[in-house]
Design a protein around this ligand. Structure first.
Ligand SMILES: [Fe+2]
Length: 165
């Protein structure tokens, strides 16, 4: 995108170059959380096999919680005077996730895919916190909240497969 990520003035007390780099980073997190939400829904709609209802309903709860973070992340980018890149097509360009496997059928396979995607999303949030290096405690707090939720949801998913190894 040729336009600057921070297009708007704000009295938020951060230097322009700091805002610029944080908004850039927020848009990668936004894209990944948007992609993740759609991938969880894909699992919700297409899972088959034993324990269908339990897993179908679990996936919907995970999607709802991830989508709630999408809104907070996008609004943080706007709060910093930035442009939130929130469409599905924008998300597809910047997400760090692998594309979903369209051949996934069984609950086991969908859960393995989601464990991998939640793992990648959690790792992105952790590295984003490290990159922030304390420059903006508000964005750091937002990432920490998203990470706490993502790791809790990761545990929900991993608990389905860990007992079988
Ligand atoms: Fe549904």
């Amino acid at each position: 995108m040729s336009l600057s990520m921070t297009r708007f003035n704000t009295q938020v007390a951060l230097k322009d170059d700091v805002r610029e780099s944080i908004v850039n980073q927020l848009n990668v997190v936004l894209a990944t959380a948007t992609d993740l939400t759609s991938q969880i829904k894909q699992a919700h709609w297409n899972i088959k096999g034993p324990e269908f209802v339990a897993r179908h309903e679990l996936f919907d709860k995970l999607a709802d919680r991830t989508r709630a973070m999408v809104d907070d992340i996008a609004e943080r980018a706007s709060t910093l005077g930035g442009y939130a890149e929130g469409t599905v097509r924008m998300a597809a360009e910047k997400s760090v996730l692998e594309p979903y496997d369209a051949n996934a059928v069984t609950g086991r396979r969908h859960i393995e895919l989601l464990v991998n995607r939640f793992g990648a999303y959690s790792a992105l949030l952790r590295s984003s916190i490290t990159q922030l290096d304390g420059k903006d405690v508000v964005t750091e707090d937002l990432y920490t909240e998203a990470l706490r939720q993502a790791e809790l949801d990761l545990w929900f998913l991993e608990s389905h497969v860990n007992g079988q190894r």
